[in-house]
Design a protein around this ligand. Sequence first.
Ligand code: BTN
Length: 257
Amino acid sequence: MTRNFQVPSGCRLIAHETVGSTSEEAKRLAETGATDGTVVWALEQTAGRGRHGRQWSSPKGNLYLSAVFRPKCRIAEAPQLGFVVGVAMASAIRALSDIPAELKWPNDLLVSGKKVSGILLDSSDDGAGGVAWVIAGVGVNVEVHPEDIDGADSLRAFGATFSVEELLEAFLSRLFDLIGVWSRDGFEPIRICWQELALATGTLVSVKLPGQLIGGTFEGIDPSGNLLLRHNDEVLHVAAGDVFPVSAATNTSTGAL
Ligand code: BTN
């Protein structure tokens, strides 16, 4: 079903025409001993999962994959992998096209403010504070996007001419290089690359926290991967929330939801 393409050393690629969810399949494999670097790829999913229990629309034409990693880090550091994956995908898209893909904290990829890709992390600890496995699931709207979701779009709509396979190949090569950098040199080089590919600092955003909406400016991420949000005269370190870029006209201050 696939043309021959270069898979990086350390990567074992398992290709499917259709699966329920590549992340569920990768989790099943991880729990039965799949090695670090196993990647499950499917042309379509029938039960794609997004963050916060949402569905991920997964018709043919887009990229759906989930990678199994077994990093030697503390479980609290596992979310750093989401930034590694984001950098690999944004730079793959930029290398294959003129599309200025931008990362949005924590795990989204936008083009002109429209979401074209999302990353879903699942992890399991080893019972001693370390990681048994992390599954990094990535969906990219290459050809199509759900029409009923406001704010979503596809790379094709922005002029992409590359195929799903070309994107997969470019992504995997960057991903495995960056995993090497992260394992060897830690999070700092990844943090710097992520910020270079992210929304500009100073961008006006709203951040949805449990029960609260805070307006401010995006100021990057801290050495733990927390969002840096300037709100009034303070810089807040936000560990979890949803970020929405806003125009100056609609910028909010703070309010209850
Ligand atoms: C998000 O909500 O933004 C994250 C979406 C992640 C979707 C991908 S598609 C491949 C992998 N398999 C899944 O079921 N989900 C992830």
